[in-house]
Design a protein around this ligand. Structure first.
Ligand code: AMP
Length: 560
């Protein structure tokens, strides 16, 4: 087979070495040991390898700001491996089902083939990255064939251990437990810089690979990094809390309506703009109305943070309408007539070349009001809980979800779910959980999945907290089957393992400790609320925050 790309002959890190590092990390349970091991590798890498290694070891191929996608599903992987090993797609699928792990299964299959063939080419780290870039770049009608050709070439040259990590990288899930926090700490350690500087630069640049490079070349520059237009940063997130606690702690707070729509980040330089979803996908083409409204409302170069809401006769419409528009690729115009979307802008991160994320909210608010003529959300400053309660009641009367209570002197902290923004809303408690498995249904639910296994995240791992089967109508059940049927990675009896890509919002009455699930907790009366199409699995509830909920419950405080 001829190589489809120009794999370099550099003497740098071989992919096999990378695989060995991963293997060692996979067998390392302790966080500190893990950090130590990653930190030990970084200084020896050249400038091209360093960012690639940093991303790969977290199971990511491209910078987090990048909208590039590999677009390799299980079927493509089965086909590529089947071709290389000289077997059928079904055999590969079965091997993966039996082991429950695509990486180990591919390793086993390649080991069988190894006895009968020789490698043609050594894979090196940056060479593999370049090939993965080719896979991502393949577009149009022939894209699947092109992706397959590159994947075949990669597996054709992979030793069994390399195959293990190549397969997992292609599915963008390395399963070695090295999360963003560990790598951030390792970068700080390797280049002897303050971990807070690394974190700060990471929030602005949204690519730990580039941050690692900067930490080595020019550590002083870490504190001066700026946000670049058209490289979206992660959204700042909110925690559930109470008005009372927030007012008591901070005195004066900013109260805003909590709109029930979909988050967006709007970037504009001159006449050019892009809109990114909460998962940082480029959704500009689906939202021409939002783009036009915001382009008309400002003469500045800006990055804005806001919520797209659907309205009809002046009243907000449910979230479902908004999400339909975000996903829309075809017939955008027809859909636009049915659902009118308007932007509600509540923050500004960048203004005419200047990064504002470190400025206090009060200052950013002024900048926002100065930069945008329309579509800025109302913001009320209050110093007592009663005034905030009144706004909360108004918010519900107006059809909003509740209120956000924000700390006035807080910076904008991308990706952080902290107490600087607190959400207050009525109703049942809900959790956003990753769906990691399902069970075939019985009776009326035969032929579809009847219940779903849910998990919280912890340092890059997903730990089960229970199953949900109630609250799902037959119609939704059919939708869910369609959503998950191509995400099955392993089967065992009635149970299937799913590629963890979907987040459910789930209601519950209580968090309990439990030896039955990997997280150590279980939910009482779990009830399906909806698919959080706007959230990715790395935004699912964390184990720490679940433990905190459990603790709050025991203290009898509840979360609202
Ligand atoms: P949740 O998705 O339940 O964690 O709540 C946080 C979300 O509320 C944010 O990610 C936004 O999409 C949305 N939101 C609505 N109104 C606001 C607001 N005024 N400020 C910040 N976030 C808001």
């Amino acid at each position: 087979m001829t190589p489809p790309g120009n794999t370099s002959e550099s003497m740098g890190m071989q992919f096999l070495e990378f695989a060995h590092v991963c293997e060692r990390l996979e067998g390392t349970p302790g966080r500190l040991d893990m950090i130590e091991q990653v930190a030990a590798v970084l200084p020896g890498l050249d400038d091209e390898e360093l960012p690639v290694f940093v991303r790969f070891v977290m199971g990511r191929v491209f910078p987090d700001w990048s909208t590039k996608k590999l677009g390799v599903g299980p079927n493509l992987l089965y086909d590529a491996v089947a071709y290389v090993v000289g077997t059928k797609r079904e055999t590969v699928r079965e091997a993966i089902n039996t082991t429950g792990d695509a990486g180990l299964a591919v390793e086993g299959l390649l080991a069988r083939k190894e006895q009968t063939s020789f490698f043609t080419e050594e894979l090196d780290l940056t060479g593999v990255y370049r090939e993965l870039e080719r896979i991502a770049a393949a577009e149009g009608q022939r894209s699947q064939r092109e992706k397959l050709r590159v994947a075949q070439w990669l597996f054709g040259n992979a030793r069994p251990l390399e195959g293990r990590y190549l397969a997992r990288l292609m599915l963008e899930e390395l399963r070695i437990g090295v999360g963003e926090g560990n790598v951030r700490d390792a970068v700080a350690k390797a280049f002897e810089v303050d971990v807070r500087l690394v974190e700060h630069a990471h929030q602005a640049m949204n690519d730990l690979g580039a941050v690692a490079l900067l930490a080595r070349r020019d550590p002083d520059a870490l504190s001066r990094v700026t946000i670049e237009p058209f490289r979206p940063v992660k959204m700042m997130l909110a925690q559930a809390g109470t008005i009372d606690a927030q007012v008591e702690e901070h005195g004066e707070v900013a109260v805003e309506y909590k709109y029930d729509g979909s988050r967006f980040q709007f970037h504009k330089v001159g006449g050019v703009c892009r809109i990114y979803s909460r998962r940082l996908e480029d959704v500009t083409e689906s939202l021409p109305d939002i783009a036009n409204l915001l382009l008309e409302a400002t003469d500045h170069d800006v990055i804005l943070d806001g919520e797209a809401v659907a309205v009809q006769d002046g009243r907000p419409m449910p979230f479902q309408y908004v999400i339909r528009r975000f996903r829309r690729k075809h017939e955008v115009d027809a859909m636009m007539e049915k659902i009118e979307l308007v932007p509600r802008v509540f923050d500004i991160l960048y203004l005419d070349g200047e990064t504002l994320m470190d400025r206090p909210l009060a200052e950013r608010r002024k900048a926002l009001e100065g930069a945008l003529r329309e579509h800025v959300t109302p913001q009320f400053r209050v110093t007592d809980a009663a005034a905030a309660e009144a706004i909360y009641t108004d918010a519900l009367d107006l059809g909003h979800e509740g209120v956000m209570v924000k700390v006035l002197d807080s910076p904008y902290t991308p990706g952080v779910r902290g107490r600087l923004w607190v959400k207050v809303k009525p109703g049942v408690e809900t959790l956003d959980l990753a769906v990691v498995g399902a069970e075939w249904g019985e009776g009326r639910r035969a032929g579809t999945f009847g219940s779903f296994l849910l998990a919280v995240q912890d340092q890059g791992r997903l730990l089960p907290v229970g199953k949900v089967a109630t609250g799902i109508t037959d119609e939704v059940l059919a939708d869910l089957y369609a959503l998950f049927k191509d995400r099955v990675i392993a089967r065992s009896g009635k149970e299937v393992t799913l590629e963890p890509e979907v987040v459910f919002e789930v209601g519950y009455s209580e968090v309990q400790t439990s030896p039955n699930y990997g997280s150590g907790y279980a939910l009482r009366f779990p009830r399906f609320v909806r698919v959080r199409e706007d959230k990715s699995v790395d935004e699912a509830e964390t184990l720490d925050s679940l433990a905190e909920r459990y603790g709050r419950q025991r203290n009898g405080q509840g979360s609202f």
